[in-house]
Design a binder for this molecule. Structure first.
Ligand code: HEM
Length: 486
């Protein structure tokens, strides 16, 4: 198998009229024990047929409630943060929040609501009632391994192994989710079918059978939740740990609220698209940690094909699989700049009106959009995913960061200048400069550590001066170099 990080080749292989085909890699995406799904069909005729029948449902044209459904789940998420996780020092209430789990709860409830009109209830219960996430964390690495060693999929046909695979009668894990989805599908058939204007309804209207739907809804849940949760949590992580980014984003939001350009309580999708810095943060989040990193391997057509490698044309024989190196593509310094390894939303903002600058941003935008695939394999849930990110990144940043993390970052900001100079001077450090830099830093640290101790939620989060110094050196060195904060 070959691996590529070349956007041009990736587009060529996925284009609507391309002669490249899906490789056997895709077979590993079969989640249902008996049936394939839109992501796992290697036979492209079958894939094309089901894609045509499912695209209108995913597009939201037949489900006018999608935006309201996303808003409802986001309000639940924000309420949960406000009510259960924001510290109440007067009452001595401090509770840590696992942002990673909570973002998954949010995207899982969104996808179940828009797909079949009912949420799983992850946010209501603030827990994973099915043990689904734990099970998924075990399954995903297996899928990646099976995609590379496709012969291993034959093991699945052995009766003992088959019996151990998730099934809809399971009480926990992926099987429990399968059962939940199968029940929602069953309700739509029979004597008194439930009728709702949701994605499931659109798929039924286009002739998908009950069996097909059981397999497709399972894929919809896995494809639609983990990817968006990854994008959301990584973007929030970088925003909340980068004081200048957080400050700029909140300032943009505040100005838009004051100008009446943001609806309350939740920003609309259309309004979010008008906020340049928010859009820059979302693109940068997708780029810095592309949510889908599977190989998505396409196959060279019979007779072979010429492929350009570092400017030189090479011949790839028919049947060669060409996998995608998403990380390499999204971190390519030739496209994103020498600091491509760093989260810096400013790279997406034009520095001038020149054609060169316009070309630079267009090239980056076209490349980052490949996070969602391209052409005849492009992500069908992209609109829903972007809507979730557009709303959640800004609303969660406002609630979560302002209430909790911001306090911590404000402390760090006060003596950032002195630690920055410490970082910037290692080569010409004299006794005088060391004393000049370190003494005020140490005094600030001592005061701040006391503050942080009071804010700390449990013993493990009580930090020492040294760990705080390391944290600051790490974060401020990034900022000083990249954001021109000082
Ligand atoms: C940030 C979030 C997301 C990312 C980065 C993402 C990315 C991708 C990628 C890379 C592919 C495969 C492209 C290929 O095979 O070459 C894909 C396919 C797909 N995605 Fe997404 N996705 C996201 C969210 C969603 C959501 C929310 C849904 C459902 C509502 C969804 C539904 C699908 C479906 C159905 C396919 C299969 C399309 C086909 O095979 O024709 N995705 N996505």
């Amino acid at each position: 198998m070959l691996i590529t990080s070349d956007p041009e080749l990736f587009r060529r292989m996925s284009a609507v009229r391309s002669t490249f085909r899906r490789g056997p890699w895709y077979a590993a995406l079969k989640l249902h024990p008996e049936r394939d799904n839109i992501t796992s069909y290697v036979d492209e005729r079958k894939h094309g047929d089901i894609r045509n029948r499912m695209a209108p449902g995913y597009s939201g044209k037949e489900n006018v409630h999608i935006e309201q459904d996303v808003d409802d789940q986001l309000l639940k998420f924000l309420d949960l943060v406000q009510n259960d996780y924001v510290a109440k020092p007067d009452e001595g209430v401090y509770k840590t929040m696992d942002l990673s789990r909570e973002t998954s709860f949010f995207t899982l409830d969104v996808i179940s609501k828009v797909a079949f009109g009912e949420t799983f209830g992850f946010l209501d219960q603030d827990e994973d009632p099915f043990g689904y996430l734990e099970n998924l964390a075990q399954m995903l690495p297996a899928i990646i391994v099976f995609g590379v060693y496709t012969e291993l999929t034959k093991i699945m046909r052995i009766p003992v192994v088959k019996a151990a695979l998730p099934k809809s009668t399971d009480k926990r894990g992926l099987g429990r989710v399968m059962g939940f989805a199968a029940d929602r599908v069953r309700e739509r058939f029979g004597h008194k079918p439930v009728v709702r204007r949701d994605m499931l309804n659109s798929f039924i209207n286009r002739g998908l059978t009950q069996g097909e739907l059981e397999s497709e809804t399972l894929t919809q849940i896995t494809a639609g939740s983990d990817s968006t949760a990854s994008a959301l949590r990584i973007t929030l992580h970088f925003i909340c740990t980068s004081p200048p980014v957080l400050e700029r984003l909140l300032a943009e939001a505040q100005a838009a609220i004051e100008a009446g350009q943001i609806s309350r309580p939740i920003i609309t999708d259309a309004e979010a698209r008008q906020l340049p810095y928010l859009q820059a943060c979302i693109k940068e989040g997708l780029r810095i940690y592309p949510p889908v990193t599977g190989l998505l391997a396409k196959m060279v057509p019979e007779g072979g094909a010429k492929i350009e490698v570092d400017g030189v044309e090479k011949f790839a024989p028919g049947g060669t699989q060409v996998g995608w190196n998403s990380w390499g593509m999204m971190h390519d310094p030739e496209i994103f700049g020498a600091d491509a390894e760093v989260f810096r939303p400013e790279r997406w903002l034009p520095r001038s009106n020149s054609d060169k600058e316009r070309d630079r941003i267009t090239k980056m935008t076209e490349t980052v959009s490949l996070c969602f695939g391209y052409g005849r394999f492009g992500c069908l849930g992209r609109g829903v995913a972007i809507m979730e990110l557009n709303k959640a990144v800004i609303e969660v940043s406002q609630t979560l960061c302002v209430n909790t993390i911001c306090a911590l970052l404000k402390i760090s900001r006060r003596f950032c200048a002195s630690t920055c100079s410490l970082v910037a001077w290692p080569n010409r450090l004299t006794r005088k400069s060391l004393a000049f830099t370190c003494i005020p830093t140490w005094i600030s640290l001592s005061r701040s550590v006391e503050k942080m101790r009071r804010m700390a939620t449990r013993p493990s989060t009580v930090v020492s001066r040294w760990t705080l110094l390391l944290f600051l050196v790490h974060t401020t060195s990034d900022h000083e170099a990249l954001c021109g904060w000082h």
